[in-house]
Design a protein around this ligand. Structure first.
Ligand SMILES: Cc1ncc(C[n+]2csc(CCOP(=O)(O)OP(=O)(O)O)c2C)c(N)n1
Ligand SMILES: [Mg+2]
Length: 846
């Protein structure tokens, strides 16, 4: 089998001229309509002479990529018509929306979704006018474009989306146009390796088409300047079989493209037949196409004496000023009429028979492919009863457990229950075992289609846990999987999920827009499970500490964003069940994988999670009127806050302390801004209107200030969170370094609880002394103080519990030195400049 299409072409029989002419008619009609969308606000078929007033006031759109995209689309239509292929098209250069809209207009897919876009003069007038027009169609392919799952604005994600769509869709052929500029991006570069994960027996096929039109926005592309030999070697090295279509004569290009698609389709079927017949195929060599056509092909060759076609000048608006420059108007007129619109549309403005002759019908049309509107296809997951996975908690803090290990068992059973449907996948950058989810591997494994060796673990040809050390690819796969109507979860180290910040920005926009498009049905939510989080990077240290993804998700539309910080295992199970049932959200779940005390039995966890926030009465002694509220969001903050409450109850029992726990972070926001936000009454019932609040937070403190800024007396919230202090150190030293330790929190509470101020000096000194002892101890023992390690919640700490200053004897002279050295971390709370600016406010009379 020759590697390239030109060699393969030589001995092919001639193609039928009539159908080639029809393909060309469709292609020219689509190109014409695309140019008309960019330029014309009236007179769309040039039935009158072109005048300046026909030109849109603002010329917004991308011409350069269009003719290549229409060539691909036209020929996929031919393939569908001839073979019945079930084709989903993913368009990387989505800025070429006019190409896609034109084709979908011509085959009636647009009219099926937007009834005003009739296939006649009125419809054409609307289509051309509404493109890049306020309230009309955006200039990029996106949620409002039928048949698409890829927002083409931010380049780089097409190929990962395409593979995500193909997983577990054995009958689907996903054709994916990759821009040669787009191919330079990191995410796209990693996604070529998706072929190592696509099983020819149980998955669909992806046909990548690298569109080498030579240029990006203002410069040449790397790939286009590589020779055919270099590109062939490169992609064969990646495991593909390479077909090349390289023509700038349209007649020859049609023949080459026709043959290229027949070749690729034949290769795909041959692979699938072998695999589906039971053969184990190692290194399945899927076909891909290199398509070399000029940028801005069939557009103006020159303008004002300078070349346009086949240069980057063709990228957007090849003729910039037809309304103001008569020479430009004439050039546009000549260009548009070169397609002969009078032959492509009849008197009534309907596409001519030849234009639509090679177009599929019904759901076979690319614009009508049901997989592109995945919500309409979505089957709910069969979820086990999560309460059966509960950790028994006889009393708060009595049991320790590793939350994700328990979740792993629950997820394993989700894989089992949905084994026939094959509609659930976990994506993860090489961390499933590290994240302690390995119970999943009792049911399924990690797929890999390249050679396996006997020492591999949990690797098979057909697993459902998608591991590649590319967060971009994980995210792209999952997005493609979800948007085609399936379910999944992305388990990731907290610090490194920020690699996909930009992708989740785009996904959030996609979801926000789909809420506004009636025909887009809700898809399963995008669920992140972030474990291995900032506070417990005991051996990885500072580089692995970064809780900023919370801020990323917080910035998303309230119709989309949900953030959960379950404090223990039973809460995690409840939250996970909720998220897997939900639709159209981005759910962020944050919890550590380490063994930690468990606070709530399942019934209490269910109630707590249903409310999202609550007073933990069992830890409070406020008698309805707290001197101070101690709030926490996150597992480590919850532990420290409970220990702080315990210290205060032990050491100053007359201080009235209320303990609040937040699972659903966005309950803190106003109900006016977020549907989960508490109303004033509910918020004040928890936090009061005026009591000082000490808040321990998993992430950056400012996130809490942002959420509560409009609540009564927001300056009474004293938040401690991750403050970019850390290293490879003990767990307790992390909270000390960031001033979120139990001692820091207790001192903050003492400082702000004005009723007790005269009595707290000695206690603050005692807590400072424990911090000094901590510093000495960890440097000597490489472990936390015994009093910290062995601390457990007890309902009534009393005098039998050793006083804070005496739990571990430390030589006072030893303690003094490090205190000097490390006071950067452990400044007395009263030295904190932020708090110095906020004197405690006088309490209101009740
Ligand atoms: C990640 C990203 N970076 C930059 C841009 C700005 N941009 C829009 S189009 C474009 C050039 C794209 O070139 P290519 O992929 O070759 O597409 P085509 O030539 O088909 O237009 C650039 C850089 C973008 N949309 N996305
Ligand atoms: Mg290009």
């Amino acid at each position: 089998m020759p590697a390239t299409i030109p060699a393969h072409l030589a001995d092919s029989p001639a193609l039928p001229q009539r159908r080639l002419d029809q393909l060309d008619a469709q292609w020219r009609a689509a190109n014409y309509l695309a140019a008309a969308q960019i330029y014309l606000q009236r007179n769309p078929l040039l039935r009158e002479p072109l005048r300046p007033e026909d030109i849109k006031p603002r010329l917004l759109g991308h011409w350069g990529t269009v003719p290549g995209l229409t060539l691909v689309y036209t020929h996929l239509n031919r393939l569908i018509q001839d073979t019945g292929a079930n084709v989903l098209l993913v368009v990387g250069p989505g800025h070429g929306a006019p190409a896609i809209l034109s084709e979908m207009y011509l085959d009636g897919s647009m009219e099926a979704h937007y009834p005003q876009l009739t296939r006649d003069l009125a419809g054409i007038t609307r289509l051309t006018r509404e493109f890049s027009w306020p309230g009309g169609f955006p200039s990029h392919v996106g949620p409002s474009t039928p048949g698409t799952i890829n927002e083409g604005g931010e380049l780089g994600y097409s190929l990962a989306h395409a593979f995500g769509a193909a997983f577990d869709n054995p009958d689907l052929l996903v054709a994916c146009v990759v821009g040669d500029g787009e191919a330079e991006t990191g995410p796209l570069a990693a996604a070529w390796h998706s072929n190592k994960f696509l099983n020819p027996a149980s998955d669909g096929a992806v046909l990548p088409i690298l569109h080498l039109n030579g240029y990006k926005l203002s410069g040449p592309t790397i790939y286009a300047r590589m020779s055919d030999e270099e590109l062939t070697a490169f992609f064969e090295g990646l495991g593909y079989r390479v077909g090349i279509v390289a023509e700038d004569d349209p007649a020859l290009a049609h023949q080459a493209m026709w043959r290229a698609l027949d070749w690729a389709s034949g290769e795909i079927h041959a692979l699938q037949e072998r695999a589906r017949g039971g053969e184990e195929i190692v290194r399945p060599a899927w076909p891909m196409l290199l398509l070399r056509t000029p940028k801005g092909w069939t557009g103006p060759k020159t303008l004002d004496g300078k070349p346009v076609e086949n240069t980057f000048h063709a990228h957007q608006i090849p003729i910039p000023d037809p309304a103001g420059n008569p020479g430009h108007l004439a050039a546009l007129d000549e260009w548009l009429r070169s397609y002969h619109p009078e032959r492509l549309f009849d008197e009534a403005g309907r596409p001519a028979a030849d234009v639509t002759a090679i177009m599929p019908s019904g759901d076979s049309r690319i614009g009508m492919n049901p997989h592109a509107n995945g919500g309409a296809e979505l089957q709910p997951l069969k979820l086990p009863d999560y309460t059966e996975y509960a950790v028994a908690v006889s009393a708060p803090g009595a049991t320790d457990a590793e939350a994700t290990r328990h979740l792993g068992v629950y997820l394993r059973d989700i894989f089992t229950r949905n084994g026939d449907e094959r509609n659930f996948r976990l994506v993860c950058p090489d961390e499933t075992t590290s994240n302690r989810l390995e119970a999943i591997f009792e049911e399924t494994e990690r797929p890999f289609e390249w050679p396996l060796v006997p020492t591999d673990e949990y690797l098979s040809r057909n697993g459902r846990v998608m591991e590649i050390l590319s967060e971009h690819t994980c995210e792209g796969w999952l997005e493609g999987y979800l948007l085609t109507g399936r379910h999944g979860m992305f388990a990731c180290y907290e610090a490194f999920v920020s690699i996909v910040d930009s992708m989740v920005n785009q996904y959030g926009k996609w979801l926000k827009l789909t809420h506004e498009i009636p025909w887009r049905k809700p898809v399963a939510s995008l669920n992140y499970l972030l474990t291995s989080h900032a506070w417990r990077q005991d051996h990885n240290g500072y580089s692995h500490q970064g809780p900023g993804f919370i801020n990323t998700i917080m910035s998303k539309k309230s119709s989309v964003a949900r953030i959960y910080l379950p404090p223990d295992t039973n809460c995690l199970l409840s939250v996970a069940d909720h998220c897997l049932r939900s639709r159209n959200y981005i759910n962020l779940i944050l919890i550590g994988k380490q063994s930690q005390p468990q606070w709530l039995d399942m019934r209490a966890a269910q109630e707590h999670c249903a409310r999202g926030i609550g007073v933990w009465e069992w830890a409070s002694n406020d008698a309805g009127a707290p001197d101070v509220v101690l709030a926490a969001a996150g597992d480590v903050p919850t532990l420290e806050m409970l220990a702080a409450a315990w210290l205060l109850r032990r050491d100053i029992p007359s201080l009235r302390v209320r303990v609040v726990n937040v699972v659903d972070l966005l309950t803190l926001e106003s109900h006016r801004d977020h549907p989960h936000g508490l109303d004033e009454q509910a918020f004040n019932a928890i936090f009061t209107e005026d009591a000082p609040v000490v808040f321990a937070f998993h992430g950056y403190a400012r996130a809490i200030h942002e959420l509560i800024y409009h609540r009564p007396n927001p300056q009474r919230f004293h938040v401690r969170g991750y403050n970019e202090e850390g290293t490879t150190t003990t767990p307790f030293d992390m909270v000390v370094a960031n001033q979120m330790s139990r001692y820091h929190l207790a001192m903050l509470a003492l400082h702000h609880a004005s009723r007790m101020r005269s009595q707290v000096g000695a206690l603050i000194d005692a807590y400072q002394e424990r911090l000094a002892a901590h510093r000495v101890y960890i440097r000597e023992h490489d472990a936390d103080l015994p009093e910290v390690r062995s601390w457990r919640w007890s309902q009534s700490p009393d005098a039998t519990d050793a006083p804070a200053s005496a739990t571990t004897p430390v030589d006072a002279s030893e303690a003094a030195q490090p205190r000097e050295r490390h006071n950067r971390h452990d400044r007395h709370v009263r030295d904190d400049p932020a708090d110095a600016q906020r004197p405690p406010r006088p309490r209101k009379q009740r």
